[in-house]
Design a protein. Structure first.
Length: 291
């Protein structure tokens, strides 16, 4: 009897275990069925969401990318060669030697200064590294600008002559703009020796000053202008009238300046008594009243 009771108990426990397992499977089946029902009922919304977010396209692109470019095994990058460290007791050469420019007194220039700087003037107290004024860009630009500017000019009164048909020599003054400098009397006499220009020639004006005469110098002593002329001024093929005419041209042009009253003529730096062999006396200063 005892044996049968024990067997009956084991049979009941086995039947209870099978019933529990069947109940669990049934429960999971009900849950999956419920989830599947919800999925079917909401498939329209799910599909709309997937289409709106391009989820399917993203997945297809990702799969295509994975197929076309499989990941290559990464290879270790070669290690950079190690730079040997200099020995602690090895002297490091400097990148640029500190060349000291000699000072004007023969000694070395103070350390820490600019090696390319030129020594400044004595008494300046410091060396300057700037370029000299004559070679600086500003000075070069100023020089170029000055050279590009037209020369200054000033009015001057020059005296030429006109020879009439009867051979009478008539003095004629000409107002002209000439190049200006710090010596206006020299400028005027230089323009006189250069001769008449085209407008003067159209008025039949000529110069009796011999060709080749050069102005060697001009200075003013009191109210007398000392004019030094070259040797060709001594010879005139027009005779006495020619000598008088060339002297009038020089004297009248010089005395057109208010500060000049008369003119002393020198030939090659020397005073002569007469101009030409038979000529006109020039041993003393000549004024306009001398003719």
């Amino acid at each position: 009897m005892a044996a049968r009771g024990g067997g009956t108990g084991r049979g009941r426990r086995s039947s209870g275990g099978r019933d529990g397992g069947s109940a669990g499977c049934l429960l999971w089946l009900i849950v999956f069925s419920f989830i599947f029902l919800l999925f079917v009922l909401n498939w329209g919304r799910i599909k709309e969401t997937l289409d709106r977010t391009n989820f399917n396209e993203i997945v297809r692109n990702q799969r295509a990318t994975d197929k076309q470019s499989p990941e290559a095994p990464s290879s270790p990058s070669p290690a950079a060669p190690a730079t040997p460290e200099p020995a602690a007791n090895q002297a490091q050469p400097s990148a640029k030697p500190d060349i000291q420019a000699p000072s004007p007194g023969g000694g070395a220039a103070p350390s820490g200064g600019n090696p390319g700087a030129s020594p400044g003037p004595l008494g300046s107290g410091a060396n300057s590294g700037t370029q000299p004024q004559g070679s600086s860009p500003a000075a070069a630009a100023e020089k170029a600008l000055t050279a590009a500017q037209p020369p200054k000019a000033r009015p001057a009164t020059l005296f030429f002559v006109r020879i009439d048909d009867d051979g009478v020599i008539v003095r004629q003054d000409v107002r002209r703009m000439i190049t200006a400098s710090d010596t206006p009397l020299t400028d005027a006499l230089s323009a006189l020796l250069a001769g008449p220009d085209e407008s003067d020639l159209r008025q039949h004006l000529v110069s009796l000053i011999p060709t080749g005469t050069k102005l060697l110098g001009v200075r003013v002593q009191g109210t007398t202008a000392v004019v030094n002329l070259s040797e060709p001024f001594m010879y005139n093929h027009y005779g006495i009238e020619g000598y008088a005419g060339q002297l009038k041209q020089v004297v009248y042009t010089a005395t057109a300046f208010p500060s000049v009253h008369d003119v002393q003529i020198l030939i090659d730096g020397e005073r002569h008594d007469y101009l030409g062999g038979e000529g006109v006396y020039i041993g003393k200063p000549l004024s306009r009243n001398s003719f």
